[in-house]
Every structure is written in C-alpha cells, then in structure tokens.
Design a protein around this ligand. Sequence first.
Ligand SMILES: NC(=O)c1ccc[n+]([C@@H]2O[C@H](COP(=O)([O-])OP(=O)(O)OC[C@H]3O[C@@H](n4cnc5c(N)ncnc54)[C@H](O)[C@@H]3O)[C@@H](O)[C@H]2O)c1
Ligand SMILES: [Zn+2]
Ligand SMILES: [Zn+2]
Length: 369
Amino acid sequence: MKTKAAILWEVNTPWSVEEIELDPPKPGEVLVKIAASGMCHSDEHLMTGDLPFALPIIGGHEGAGVVQEVGEGVSWLAPGDHVVFGFIPSCGRCPSCSTGHSNLCDLGALMGLGRQIDGTARHHAKGTDLGLMCMLGTFAHHTVVNEASCIKIDKDVPLDRACLLGCGVVTGWGSAVYAAEVKPGDTVAVVGVGGIGANAIQGAKLAGAKRVIAIDPVEFKREKAMEFGATHTFSSMEEALPGIQELTWGTMANKVIMTMGVGSGEVIGSAMALAAKRGRVVVTNIHPALEYSASMSLLDLTLMEKQLVGSLFGSGNPRADIPKLIGLYREGQLDLDGLVTTEYTLDGVNDGYDAMRAGTNLRGVMKYD
Ligand SMILES: NC(=O)c1ccc[n+]([C@@H]2O[C@H](COP(=O)([O-])OP(=O)(O)OC[C@H]3O[C@@H](n4cnc5c(N)ncnc54)[C@H](O)[C@@H]3O)[C@@H](O)[C@H]2O)c1
Ligand SMILES: [Zn+2]
Ligand SMILES: [Zn+2]
C-alpha cells in the first residue's frame, strides 16, 4: 500500500514528508493506522547525528493507533484493536523481560539498524529500504511493526494522549518512581523541563516528594513545571546550588533527575553537587554517542556515597506501566492533556521541531486523519 511518512535522508537536513510504499505484515508483525505521534527530543538526535542510526530513516517513536491487519501467528491482536507502541520492544522471553526489566529487552539491540526483527524492511521510498526509528516510524500515517512493540489499550482512551505513553510519560515518570526511587519526604531536583522532565516532576510528586525543584533556562518551562507539581524553580544548576542549599539547610537533594535536551558530560559534576549524602543522580537524557568523558569530583562520590545511574524507558515494564498510568490519568492523578502545547499534522513535523528548539512547546503532538 501507499502511505505518507517523514523521512530523514541525511543528517542536518529537515524531515521530508513524502509518499512511501509499505509492504503487508509478515509473520509476527502488525499493520497499524497511526492516530497520533508525540515529538520527542530523541528524534532530534537523529537529525543532529548525536544518535547515529542508519539512514534513511522514518522518524518517530511515541505513537498510538488502530490495528488494521495482523500477520501470521499474531494471536492476541486483531483488526480494530487500539495499541500504544513501546519505544523498546519487549519479547517477554529474554533474561531482561523474564526478570521484570522489559525496558532492557534484548530486542532493543536491533534498534540501531531500524529494520524488522528478521532484518528486512517493509517501508520503501525512491527504490530504497527505509529504516524505522525504534523499529516503529511513527512520523507516518501507517506502519508495520513487530507485535513485540505493541501494547493493547482500552478503546476509550484518546489516542492523541495515549501516544505520549509510548515514550515521554513512562520515561519521565519511571525515572522518578523506579530509577530514582523517590520516597515520601524526598527533595527532588529535575534538570530540564520538556516532555520527559514534566513527567519526572509528576512521578516525583505522586511518589511523595516534599519538594520538587525544576531547573530550566526557559521561563515558560519553569511556569509549566509549577503546573505539573514543582514547588520551586531555578534557571540553571549554578543558580539552584545555593537555592537548594538554603532550602535544605545544606543537606541537598535526595534525588537529581537529568532530563535536558542533550546530555553533557561537562555538567555531571554540577548535577552531583546538587545531590545529598547517599543522593542519587539519574541520567535519563541522551548524551551524544561519541561523548566519552564526564567531569565530577570522584572524592565527593566516595566520601558522600553518592550514586550516578542511567535510566532507559523509565526503568520499568511498559506492558504493566502503560495500563497503570492510563488508570492514573482516568483518576485525574496524571496529567496528559497539559503536556500537549501544540498539535500539528504530519506536514507540520519541521514546525514542531522548530518549536522544540525555540523552547515554546512542552510536547508537540502530530494528529493524523
Ligand atoms: N533514557 C530514555 O529512555 C529517554 C527516553 C526519551 C527521551 N530521552 C532523552 O531525554 C531528553 C529530554 O527529552 P525531551 O523530549 O523532554 O526534550 P525537550 O527538548 O522537550 O526538553 C529538554 C528541556 O531541557 C532544557 N534544558 C536544556 N539545557 C538545559 C540545562 N543546561 N539546564 C537545564 N535545562 C536545560 C530545555 O530548555 C528543555 O526545556 C533528551 O535527551 C531525550 O533524547 C531519554
Ligand atoms: Zn522518546
Ligand atoms: Zn525481551
């Protein structure tokens, strides 16, 4: 069939929205009509080359839609089912999946190639096979993905909000709840208030943090942070250092969650300086693939027993966490609507990323139809 998709042909060029050829699903695969896609910063890393995935590639990994057709052997999904895509597939059988860490499923190792699990492509344009961001390619009206990437959801959940659960909400919320293990009474600092940071704030608040300190240079982001549950804001880590010292009588933040647009090894020391004794710094933001060094006081690391940990997809189990977060949304304990600043069509993909660079969107969402 023919459909429309936003393709990145070369780094540092805009997304090109064009017609593509899509093959039918093979065994274990599913054809999905995508309803909406969030615009996460990770796709921007494709464009800048910070994430060196094979090109050309269809962008987008934060999507939800309706199943149109299932390939041979797919027994638990049928046409008409509503699905959110997990940006990391989960097979349910590998050591990570079977020990409750499906965010680290072994199938994730195939993501850099952007092909189907069997190594071939279903998406083509101009006589070339196209890769898929996170094996999904949600910047498109339709896609074919493996069943391992699909999480079935109830049909009453609006798909233009559910899409955010495919990456940003689960990643941010889980960074606070699972990776940072925020406890009642904690002081938590969140560095960078985009789609991920706003959800780290929501997670920290629900986990019982006494103070949630949001740090972002953009005033609009600091205002949004307060709406999502932050108690204090600062415009930089340098400004936050004396501020948190004063607020905590020098004991500092129990948890620091890094959700800047682009990670930087040079600021790890500043993040560690915000952390308390036995405090934990969670690195959720993506650093450029070629960055190999970070600067920090290693004496401080030992003498204060500080921890520095990474977190992928919220360090949880999306098949369990996505339905759980939908439950919190239904009860009004998780805000998905307030995350969406601007809605676009697929043709607006470059406008959405311009807005991200300008700091005027918390999350842009593309709605198709
Ligand atoms: N680990 C994971 O599983 C995972 C999943 C999704 C996204 N990510 C990464 O998380 C990061 C955030 O993504 P996003 O979509 O929320 O991005 P975003 O661009 O929407 O938000 C980033 C925010 O960081 C702020 N910022 C930039 N420099 C800063 C600094 N020095 N101090 C404080 N704030 C600063 C920006 O003003 C912006 O508000 C990206 O690196 C993205 O690739 C990681
Ligand atoms: Zn993402
Ligand atoms: Zn697995």
